[in-house]
Design a protein around this ligand. Structure first.
Ligand code: CAA
Length: 293
């Protein structure tokens, strides 16, 4: 019998945290989003409003359901706001030091029976779990972006994760209407182990002058039926996140085939982090995106 979850805390009001709060509220859970930035909390609520409005106008959800779901979402700029949660899903920035600090601060605040999950896209679940006081009730629940649209969630157990926590995570994802794929705790799990080297190779293809940004993206959209070209997708994921996943693959698997492309490093150093920064492989500041190379 899986543990009962009624109230879910989400850490981080970025694109992933907002999407996770969105789908949890729609599935009937009470949600509290915690972030240190009040501005980010405000823009997260605006994003959720906007994306639910899209779902109403395309007939995916009735208006009454949207209104009820929005009422189930609270925000908090204090970590104590997570004290009542039965499950906390961490979706902070993809930086191990930051995540470890969060788990250390959070542990004494949580109810003893509460579960902790991380939405990390590549870091070791076992290692992150060891920064909390409850490695047995700690699990990886990895959502895909955009969360309200993508059907898949990866579930990753750490070495200490207990069966009840695993069962509760699978039950939660089923209630969200999404499909679970179970991955072992190795760098990048399944999706990013395969997707990110493809994106990195697209950046090498650009770096070496084999094709332009438009040529590479058109090639993969029209030639391989990908919904977005790899450079467009890199901008969508965030180039900082792409780089950090490549670094985790490179270091964690100790294989030079995962070396991050120097051009990716340069874009991140420039602060051209993709859509969220207004510029990446495309410039998003005008009406339509314009390739930056
Ligand atoms: N919230 C709610 N609905 C959304 C949404 C959002 N954030 N974004 C898009 N939608 C909805 C739209 O309203 C639209 O709905 P209808 O069909 O009912 O009208 C539908 O999704 C399609 O959207 P659009 O028509 O605007 O655009 P599109 O057809 O080009 O699709 C896309 C957009 C779904 C993002 C599509 O381009 C796509 O699937 N891209 C690939 C995304 C992908 O690969 N994601 C995984 C990234 S990897 C990852 O996340 C893991 C990691 O750790 C890095």
């Amino acid at each position: 019998m899986a543990r009962e979850i009624k109230r879910i805390g989400v850490i981080g009001a970025g694109q992933m945290g907002s999407g996770i709060a969105h789908v949890c509220a729609l599935a009937g859970y009470d949600v509290v989003i915690y972030d240190v930035s009040v501005d980010r909390l405000k823009s997260s609520l605006a994003t959720i409003h906007g994306n639910m409005a899209r779902q109403v106008s395309s007939g995916k959800i009735p208006e009454a359901e949207r209104d009820a779901s929005l009422k189930r979402i609270a925000t908090s700029a204090e970590v104590e706001g997570l004290a009542d949660a039965d499950l906390v899903i961490e979706a902070a920035t993809e930086n191990e030091t930051v995540k470890r600090e969060i788990f250390a601060v959070l542990s004494p605040i949580l109810k003893p029976e509460a579960m902790l999950a991380t939405n990390t896209s590549s870091l070791s679940i076992t290692r992150l779990a060891s920064a909390s006081d409850r490695p047995d009730r700690f699990i990886g629940i990895h959502f895909m972006n955009p969360v309200p649209v993508m059907e898949l969630v990866e579930v990753i157990r750490g070495i200490a994760t207990d069966e009840d926590t695993f069962a509760a995570a699978k039950a939660l994802i089923a209630r969200l209407g999404k499909t679970v794929v179970v991955a072992e705790d190795f760098p990048g799990f399944i999706v990013n182990r395969i997707l990110l080297p493809m994106i990195n190779e697209a950046i090498y293809t650009l770096h070496e002058g084999v094709g332009t940004v438009s040529a590479i993206d058109s090639a993969m959209r029209l030639g391989a039926h990908h919904p977005m070209g790899p450079l467009q997708l890199a901008d969508f994921i965030g180039l900082d996140t792409c780089l950090s996943i490549m670094q985790v693959l490179y270091e964690g698997l100790a294989d030079s085939k995962y070396r991050p492309c120097p051009l990716l490093v340069k874009y991140v150093e420039a602060g051209w982090l993709g859509r969220k920064a207004g510029r990446g492989f495309y410039d998003y500041r005008g009406e339509t995106p314009v390739p930056t190379r």
